[in-house]
Ligand binder design. Structure first.
Ligand SMILES: [Zn+2]
Length: 98
């Protein structure tokens, strides 16, 4: 039973980066089209845009409200990373005891 739970945790964690990558590729292609039309990468509004560097080295344009929510979501991603690492450790402990 514990092994099944640990296996499920690890399988779910393995699927997470794949889903995140697919979402990122989709958002990138959508956002690039918006930026070419001088619109916000995230919300498609055409106010004053600020350049925001992405982790891959590309820079995209965001409106002010999206720059602010970007900072917030980065903080949330930090918490998510902590939770994911904790879940990996729990899954590993459960598996190593089984
Ligand atoms: Zn925006």
């Amino acid at each position: 039973m514990e092994i099944a739970v640990g296996f499920f945790v690890i399988a779910a964690l393995g699927a997470f980066p794949v889903i995140a990558l697919v979402v990122q590729v989709y958002r990138d292609s959508r956002g690039k089209k918006r930026n070419l039309a001088m619109r916000c990468y995230a919300c498609d509004s055409n106010g004053y845009l600020f350049p925001v560097p992405h982790y891959k080295g590309d820079t995209f344009l965001y409106c002010l409200s999206c720059v602010e929510s970007q900072h917030k979501s980065r903080r949330v991603l930090g918490y998510v990373a902590v939770v994911v690492i904790a879940a990996v450790l729990v899954g590993w402990v459960v598996l190593s005891q089984g």
